[in-house]
Write a new protein. Structure first.
Length: 197
């Protein structure tokens, strides 16, 4: 059976590169490099047993990551090993047999500014960024969507913004939005249309 780092992970990531957005691939590579390869890189795929995965999970647990982060880290190992099951003849996925760690439940609640809080915040913002913060607050755009906007995305007559791309600050590239439903036309309040003009 193939060596984990040199063949399996490299081939898995090359395959992912054809199917994922660059920013998603970037995150996947970062997790694998930081959390998976340091523990498994010297093993061949066939040597990895559920006990190896449990010991690795215990190390992840000791790092004190958030539950959602732990689950995401485990999912990356499971995905690599699923690839080995599918394309390298690995009989079973030891990560699946070992069970997952972490949880999908978000422990912290997302908090939003109220209108009153936003009105108190806005005067503290430099004039050159004020319209950008207004767009974020009143439209619900993601920061990457805001950073990817161009003049052509703004229709003053219709009072809309067309959202059809997103900027990845990690990679310095503009790409399609996070999901297909993220492609949308956002109606702007009249005062915001005036601010943008």
């Amino acid at each position: 059976m193939e060596e984990f780092r040199k063949v399996l992970v490299e081939n898995y990531l090359a395959d992912c590169a054809q199917r994922l957005k660059p920013s998603t691939l970037y995150g996947k590579k970062a997790v694998i490099k930081a959390h998976v390869l340091p523990y498994f890189s010297e093993l061949s795929v066939s040597e990895i047993k559920p006990l190896h995965v449990r010991k690795w999970q215990n190390e992840i647990l000791q790092k004190g990551c958030r539950p959602g982060t732990m689950r995401m880290i485990h999912a990356q190992l499971a995905a690599v090993l699923n690839y080995a099951v599918r394309y390298y003849g690995l009989k079973q996925n030891p990560a699946t047999l070992a069970g997952s760690i972490g949880t999908l439940k978000q422990i912290r609640k997302i908090q939003f500014y109220t209108l009153d809080q936003f009105k108190k915040f806005l005067p503290c913002v430099s004039d050159k960024y004020r319209v950008a913060f207004k767009i974020l607050f009143f439209t619900g755009l993601r920061i990457g969507e805001l950073l990817a906007l161009t003049v052509g995305d703004f229709d003053a007559a219709a009072g809309t913004l067309t959202v059809n791309k997103s900027y990845s600050s990690e990679l310095g590239i503009t790409q399609t939005p996070k999901t297909t439903k993220s492609n949308r036309i956002v109606t702007l309040p009249p005062f915001l249309v005036s601010d943008i003009e």
